[in-house]
Design a protein around this ligand. Sequence first.
Ligand code: MG
Ligand code: ZN
Length: 376
Amino acid sequence: MKFKKIILGCIVLMLFACKQRTIVNEEVTAPKNVILLIGDGMGLSQVSSAFYFKESSPNFARFKHIGLIKTSSSREDITDSGAGATAFACGVKTYNGAIGVADDSTDVENLVEIISSKKIKSGLISTSSITHATPAAFYAHNISRRSTEEIALDLAQSDVDFFAGGGIRYFNNRSDEKNLLNELKEKDFTIDTTALSDFSVIQSYSKAAYLLADRHMPKASEGRGDYLAKATELAIQFLSKDEENPNFFMMVEGSQIDWGGHANDGEYLVSELIDFDDAIGKALDFAEQDGNTLVIVTADHETGGFTLASTIKKREDGSEYSDYNDLSMTFSTNGHSATLIPVFAFGPGSEEFIGVYENTDIFEKILKTTKWGKED
Ligand code: MG
Ligand code: ZN
């Protein structure tokens, strides 16, 4: 009897010790900054292409915690970027085309809104217009992604601290004849419509906006240069510059991986993917040295049904064979597909991102690991 009691006591003690350890661990691993990188239309074959076509080692190889997400929207098996980004930004499944609203069209609070009251800064970067569906879900609420001018108005009224992308026309060439560049200035933004600057130039600004194209940014292969990697680095420096409030959330989108997929243009797709990988490198470099930053890389959906297939060749006798040493970039659709999408995570909290789960869980996991959703 006494022996049994001792055993029982030992078990209770062991359980207690385990519980204690878990609590301590949670406190140690709460990240202070989050960088979410979204490769629009980036499925596993798109990621794989970096391992075959990038001359240097892909930054994707630097992650140890990897998961898969299910991307279906509330009404369709195959999502669009509006519903896909709303899942990440607001944590709800909604209908295709929706921006920051639930399936019943009501507004849903987004990550930028949740953190702004906590003095955590936010930044958004894209290679499309900054009003395009993916970045829009992080600051706007609209029943349709096509309401671009209304979406631009939401950006001017949001609490975003840094943004970079295209889309000037939706701010200064509008049907309501408003000039939203003035509204942005009233909200303490310094706006540059020519080029990204060095950090030394913008260090003293309170908010920084870059609108660098009339609509979308040019293709990587047509003069965009290292814009995405440079904007990522610049935003990190800018958002972490204040010693009192150095913490931030940032979303970086490789928008045009999707467009290479829609066009069934392998070269376009791969050049955009490699450009996106360069931006991932900047985020990881900072996170490695900072130690308090969680980096998450994922996609809203896959585009094109992209495959790295073997190439069909003909022998001298006319018979066909598959050359397994010659990759052929092939596509099965001009649209999106329903394939599961990889998630790569690095830094404190990254263990949370392994497994197979819904795209809305990205939002939940960010709030869980950072505790940003909790009342102060
Ligand atoms: Mg997009
Ligand atoms: Zn698309």
